[in-house]
Design a protein around this ligand. Structure first.
Ligand SMILES: *Cc1c(COP(=O)(O)O)cnc(C)c1O
Length: 389
């Protein structure tokens, strides 16, 4: 548990801040790399989960590529030193400016999400007398069995090319001299904890790969995206089961000798390696409810307000004090922002809490710092790295 750590070092640090456990990140990256190695799977880290430069440096050093969803992320990846031949660029709405920038940076592959985007990319590449490598992002209509706001691979979702548009897509690819078609790409959602979902994905990938190869195309890349979930309820059970995850693809994906399998993992790599550290400003005792008002809110960690996400919350000060015989109270744990959704948890059992207590909101490494906003003209988010305190 987080409270086992020496929190006295936090006493003089202004809250709220993200606390990054760089050792845990290193272990997680190493475990993932080791699990992928026997199958020669290629990992691209999805920058949108967390583009903090210190973390990116560590991820780059392990040898992973970068999966970007804006030219800003492509630029960041290049700045940090990711090999441009290991950068892929997805996104349903790439602007001309973004495409041009990525062409200039000679990225490995554009993951294209519509027939019209192929046409535009071909035109922009031809103006630069370049050839852009493309993979088609296909919407495979596979249910990820995750929260509906983070499902991306169903017919009703905006992402990717739908199966009924593939014939048109194939025609377009044949008529675009400045595109080199290298593979197919999928990403069906995030925080996927039921690994059977990936078996269903493999079946669909095999079908689509066969469809293209029957049409005479050669697929060099099968990119199955990311989405592997983490255990938010047990943040101390910290490293995701990469071995079982990769084994499913090894077993169920039909990979030809000339093909590479690519993954785009975000959350699973960085999610457990940060906590949001915050202090209780006020304790409010109501008739029906008790509130802990923290100095962190949805402006620092938006996931609970955005998609009712669960994060484990620990009162570090009291857990340390009361070992046994603790008296527990149910609190709504809220932030200071002027929105009723600015709530990290309702009816959360905690030791009796007091003004000044330090809290950790766990598993905040993915989609945390990167979603911080200035709403209410809040201070910029601060962060602290475990190897620096
Ligand atoms: C967000 C995203 C990912 C990473 O998703 P995680 O759930 O964080 O693993 C991978 N690929 C694409 C195209 C994405 O948009």
């Amino acid at each position: 548990m987080f409270a086992d750590k020496d929190i006295s070092k936090f006493n003089n640090i202004e809250t709220p801040f993200y606390y990054y456990d760089t050792d845990l990140l290193q272990k997680t990256l190493q475990t993932c790399a080791t699990a992928a190695a026997p199958f020669q799977f290629h990992i691209h880290y999805a920058l949108k989960a967390n583009f903090n430069q210190v973390l990116l440096q560590q991820i780059k050093d392990i040898g992973f590529g970068a999966d970007c969803v804006s030219s800003g992320e492509v630029r960041r990846a290049v700045e940090v030193g990711f090999d441009h031949k290991k950068i892929v660029f997805a996104g349903v709405g790439k602007s001309d400016k973004e495409i041009n920038e990525a062409l200039d940076l000679d990225i490995f592959c554009f993951n294209v999400e519509s027939v019209q985007e192929l046409e535009v990319l071909n035109e922009l590449a031809s103006k630069k007398q370049k050839t852009a490598q493309v993979a088609i992002r296909i919407n495979p209509n596979v249910d990820a069995h995750t929260h509906h706001n983070i499902t991306t691979g169903l017919d009703e979702n905006k992402f990717g090319v739908n199966s009924w548009d593939l014939p048109e897509c194939a025609e377009m690819l044949k008529s675009c001299p400045n595109l080199k078609f290298i593979g197919i790409h999928f990403h069906i959602g995030s925080q996927i904890t039921n690994l059977d979902v990936y078996k269903n994905l493999c079946v669909r990938v095999n079908e689509f790969a066969k469809w293209f190869e029957d049409k005479g195309f050669t697929l060099q890349i099968l990119n199955v995206g990311g989405g592997l979930g983490i255990d938010y309820h047990n943040p101390d059970h910290q490293i995701p089961d990469f071995e079982s995850y990769f084994k499913i693809f090894h077993e169920f994906l039909e990979v030809k000798a000339h093909q590479e399998v690519h993954f785009e993992l975000g959350r699973a790599l960085v999610g457990q390696s940060a906590s949001l550290i915050t202090r209780a400003l006020y304790i409010k005792k109501g008739k029906k409810k008790n509130f802990v008002v923290l100095d962190a809110g949805m402006t620092e960690l938006m996931r609970p307000a955005l998609y009712q996400a669960y994060h484990k919350i620990e009162n570090l000060t009291q857990t340390k004090k009361l070992e046994t015989n603790a008296s527990f109270v149910k609190y709504d744990i809220v932030g200071p922002i002027c929105e009723s959704t600015d709530c990290f948890g309702k009816e959360v059992e905690q030791p009796e809490s007091f003004r000044g207590d330090v809290f950790a909101i766990r598993s905040a490494g993915a989609y945390g710092e990167v979603m911080a906003s200035k709403y209410n003209l809040r201070d910029a988010i601060r962060f602290v790295y475990s190897n620096e305190v």
